[in-house]
Design a protein around this ligand. Structure first.
Ligand code: TYD
Length: 213
């Protein structure tokens, strides 16, 4: 049995990742590929409990390093109990955010620095990485407007200032520049349908033999 592929979706707030995650799953289902949709922080019972801890309260609640460790504690549980077993049985896994979010949010935007994030990352991940990461890039001013007009409950991350979101975007773009084989950029200001089409092409280019309608 061939192992499944691991696809992660990354980007700032309000970039439309979640909608596209569902569309990827549907496109794969049409091609008779089992796909598991999941998210971070979260995805398993234990990791969802950590998510509640880390996303509630004010942004002074946790230091950057505590936040980072909580994210990786959740990630380890998620990888061991959900992601790796699914890939091993041949399912594809689509994850709404993964470790690039830790580098961009904790490493860049919260100012922990790349070295400290990388040290924790390397210890926990032991070389495990996505086969493909789709980075949804959007100007943070536009993205925040989207989040607000959707009338969503603003998580504590959404209430960070604009400077935070600008640094975040730069962080994600640097990650993409450093790892262009894995990380592919999508212009998140395009329409939903245009983005979905672009993603299908991306998947077919990245994974030889994959045919999507
Ligand atoms: P969520 O409501 O899922 O945000 P979004 O819809 O934008 O994906 O909340 C997840 C929040 O957690 C989001 O603000 C990004 C943040 N986060 C980190 O700071 N570090 C991480 O490693 C991960 C996975 C998420």
């Amino acid at each position: 049995m061939e192992a499944g592929k691991f696809i992660t979706l990354e980007g700032g707030e309000g970039a439309g990742k979640t909608t596209q995650a569902v569309r990827i799953k549907d496109a794969l289902a049409e091609a008779n590929i089992e796909a598991v949709l999941t998210r971070e922080p979260g995805g398993t019972f234990g990791a969802e409990a950590i998510r509640d801890l880390v996303l509630s309260g004010t942004h002074e609640r946790w230091s950057g390093m505590t936040e980072l460790l909580l994210m990786y504690a959740a990630r380890l549980d998620h990888m061991d109990k959900l992601i790796k077993p699914a890939l091993e049985r041949g399912a594809w896994v689509i994850c709404d955010r993964f470790s690039d979010s830790s580098m961009a949010y904790q490493g860049y935007a919260r100012g922990l620095g790349q070295e400290r994030v990388r040290a924790v990352h390397d210890t926990v991940m032991e070389g495990f990485a996505p086969d493909l990461t789709i980075l949804f890039d959007i100007d943070p001013i536009l993205a925040l407007k989207r989040v607000q007009t959707r009338g969503e409950d603003l998580s504590r991350f959404d209430t960070e200032g604009l400077a935070f979101h600008k640094t975040l975007r730069e962080g994600f773009l640097e990650i993409a520049r450093a790892d262009p084989k894995r990380v592919k950029l999508i212009d998140a200001t395009s329409s939903r349908d245009a983005i979905a089409t672009q993603i299908k092409h991306l998947l077919m280019t990245q994974f030889a033999g994959l045919r999507l309608g």
